[in-house]
Design a protein around this ligand. Sequence first.
Ligand SMILES: CC(C)(COP(=O)(O)OP(=O)(O)OC[C@H]1O[C@@H](n2cnc3c(N)ncnc32)[C@H](O)[C@@H]1OP(=O)(O)O)[C@@H](O)C(=O)NCCC(=O)NCCS
Length: 286
Amino acid sequence: MDKKEFGKKLKNIRIRNKMSQQAMADSLGYTSRSTINKIEEGINEMSHDKILRLMEIYGLSRPDLGLEPLCGDKLSGLRKDAKYPNPEIEEICYIKNCVSNPNIVVGDYSYYDDKKGADLFEKHVTHHYDFIGDKLIIGKFCQIGAGVEFIMNGANHFMNGLTTYPFNIFSRDLQKFTPSLDKMPIKGDTVIGNDVWIGQNVTILPGVHIGDGAVIGANSVVGSDIPPYTIAVGNPCRVIKKRFDDKTIEKLLNLKWWDYPIEAIEQNIDNLFNGNLDELELSLKK
Ligand SMILES: CC(C)(COP(=O)(O)OP(=O)(O)OC[C@H]1O[C@@H](n2cnc3c(N)ncnc32)[C@H](O)[C@@H]1OP(=O)(O)O)[C@@H](O)C(=O)NCCC(=O)NCCS
């Protein structure tokens, strides 16, 4: 390994990910930022284990680091721990690796695509307050377009009075009028299934459940539940068609291809694309 060349590449990766040396040290399990500094300066070498971790987290291949490809590194083509799954496409982030709120729970490989800042996904989850405790739960392999808004329960005003105006939040003196949570229109968690495609600028209202494999058309406003494997569009968002016949939908829902090991899924991309459900099932269950 050419230590100086490697160091330069590491520094570029760190800068591209907008990280300090300490943040990168933390992500790779080094205690001190000076280790990263020494590697960047070409003084120290990075161990094989750490290189694997670096590739996994930052979605890199060995050639990205100026290293010869090696057999047996056992990395899948998809790197679930990467922030940017394809380092050349900064507008796509794996959501799980960009959110810090524990009430946003996201499965592996679900991504947000936004050239204004894919890593800012959390800003698209609004009125999400700890004291309410509602969760946004998103499954695996979801595809979420730019400008989506998940409006959470804290957005809903008290509606049992003569006004919906929230006087209590504007002054300490008026806090005594804060309605108790059981009087608020709280609709529960927002739950998005697996392999759900949400088009650009979709708004999802509190408490909505969207089933596995559903497609939500661009600019839709989703106020009620959307069944699995349907296509739904508009405001209010309504189902316009099913993606498959009922028998196929049932089989897909039972199979849950997204729960299989990533290597098995990658071996079946042909079957997933070409609709060979029987072959997909046979191959996954082998
Ligand atoms: C929903 C979508 C996937 C199309 O699905 P489709 O099965 O091919 O649907 P069609 O184009 O045949 O449209 C069916 C009907 O729904 C309407 N429709 C489609 N998308 C719509 C939308 N987003 N809002 C309102 N109506 C829509 C069509 O006008 C058509 O209406 P009609 O039957 O009265 O003519 C597509 O329109 C869409 O919204 N894609 C999202 C793209 C995006 O935002 N990607 C982000 C990158 S991740």
